[in-house]
Design a protein around this ligand. Structure first.
Ligand code: GDP
Ligand code: MG
Length: 441
């Protein structure tokens, strides 16, 4: 998925002018990618509609960075879906709260109950675990084992077969013991689905949970919405936890779970161990969904760097087919400002894969810095010339001496310039002088 969304945005950023057609193509690519990532069809359609509304091409005054506007629109719309508009209920330390976990068998409830308890215990709470799963053989043993490992009090029974009774007893007992976070683990399976939901309703009735957490496996796929909705109907789900985020799934179903339960995601599970548990962060989740690494950082970086549209002189020169060493120097300065973010480099034609191979960002940066040191030893005449013939042996020797680099390195730098000049000169005439997108590479 990541590849295709990044690809879609990149393709768009490579187009000379963003028009309706390019925007539609881009949105179609994004739609396909989101569907592949298990984001619900209805949500994707809605997203597409909203983005079209935000990115009104006619309204965009010339000179605005349209690429950035579209990127931000996709990003913020996805974040918006993840925000149901009300904060999750957070249990208060020192005041008894009952939290009930629901979800299908295998979704990770029992594991997540312990993680949740352990997380709060470390923060000074007094949690306790109640096993109200009498359906699955070994359910109590599993919870007991987890709880013992984390030194958390637990309650359950090998004999009693009524989960509602156990849940009621467990909660009552830990209330007496002044535990402030009583966690009820439930079953996720029954002979009949209706019976499971009835059981959840009854447990909910007897334990009167302050918060019901719906646990969902990130790889659930398109079934997420219906599943979440079914649980929401039987118990008033108030928060969602997505498990197994360490796997291959990007967890697009999370968006569905939020939409179906109108509840926020509060944590994610990132492994089988007790401490593989993270507070949910919508921004980084969406970044992962988009396959863009840390997209919020990416946005900030783009903002810092002067966009192409705001470099009128550069655009003017390039549209005339002029690419000097000074222009290269200025572009290098921009690159260094951006830091080792491979994706951003793709925006500057010619400056991506060849000069800065993926995975070697550090080395590439050092190289760019060396090139700039050499250029610092150049005269204005040399920097503003497009004629490499000017760079005779004595000039090259002087630059090498002045920058303390080898003649060989100066030659390399000039070779790099030659290569880039070729790329950029080809863009002559293709660059809009005012507004529009970056040049075609
Ligand atoms: P339950 O049936 O809903 O109680 O699910 P369990 O807690 O028994 O978990 C089912 C399986 O998923 C177990 O093997 C867990 O170790 C595993 N599991 C749970 N959460 C995670 C997670 O975040 N990452 C990974 N990799 N495995 C998990
Ligand atoms: Mg379980």
């Amino acid at each position: 998925l990541g590849g295709s969304i990044t690809g879609a945005l990149k393709r768009m950023s490579n187009a000379t002018i963003i028009d309706e057609k390019v925007l539609n193509e881009c949105l179609n690519d994004i739609t396909r990618a989101l569907l592949q990532s298990d984001v619900r069809f209805e949500l994707v359609l809605n997203l597409q509609k909203n983005i079209k509304k935000i990115v009104n091409l006619d309204d965009l005054a010339a000179g605005h960075n349209k690429r950035k506007i579209i990127q931000q629109a996709v990003y913020s719309e996805l974040c918006k879906i993840l925000d149901p508009g009300k904060p999750p209920l957070t249990p208060k330390k020192g005041k008894t709260s009952v939290v009930m976990f629901v979800g299908l068998q295998g979704s990770g409830k029992t594991t997540t109950c312990t993680k949740y308890a352990y997380y709060h215990q470390k923060k000074g709470w007094k949690p306790a675990l109640v096993c109200a799963d009498t359906f699955r053989a070994g359910a109590f043993d599993q919870l007991k084992q987890n709880a013992t490992k984390a030194k958390i009090p637990f309650y359950g029974s090998y004999m009693e077969s009524d989960p509602v009774k156990i849940a009621g007893e467990g909660v009552e007992r830990f209330k007496k013991e002044n535990c402030d976070l009583i966690i009820v683990d439930t079953s996720g399976r029954h002979k009949q689905e209706a019976a499971l939901f009835e059981e959840m309703r009854q447990i909910s009735e007897i334990t009167k949970p302050d918060l019901v957490i719906f646990v969902m496996d990130s790889s659930i796929g398109q079934a997420a919405y219906d599943q979440a909705q079914a649980f929401k109907k039987s118990s008033s789900v108030g928060a969602v936890i997505i498990t197994k985020m360490d796997g291959h799934a990007k967890g697009g179903g999370a968006l569905s779970a939020v939409a179906a339960t109108k509840s926020p995601v509060i944590f994610i599970g990132t492994g089988e161990h007790m401490d593989e548990f993270e507070v949910f962060d919508a921004k980084s989740f969406v970044s992962k969904l988009l396959g863009m690494g840390d997209l919020s950082g990416f946005m900030d970086k783009i903002h810092e760097v002067v966009p192409m549209e705001q470099q009128p002189e550069l655009l003017q020169k390039l549209s005339e087919g002029t690419f000097t060493l000074r222009i290269m120097y200025e572009q290098f300065q921009n690159i260094l400002k951006m830091g080792p973010i491979g994706q951003v480099l793709g925006m500057l034609p010619g400056l991506n894969s060849d000069l800065m191979p993926k995975g070697q960002e550090k080395e590439s940066q050092a190289k760019v810095k060396r090139y700039m040191t050499m250029m610092d030893s150049m005269t204005n005449e040399e920097l503003d010339s497009t004629n490499l013939k000017l760079m005779n042996e004595s000039r090259i020797m002087r630059i090498a001496r002045g920058s303390g680099r080898a003649v060989r390195e100066v030659m390399d730098m000039l070779e790099e310039y030659k290569r880039l000049a070729k790329v950029w000169t080809k863009m002559k005439g293709k660059i809009p002088k005012k507004g529009g997108m970056g040049p075609v590479s």
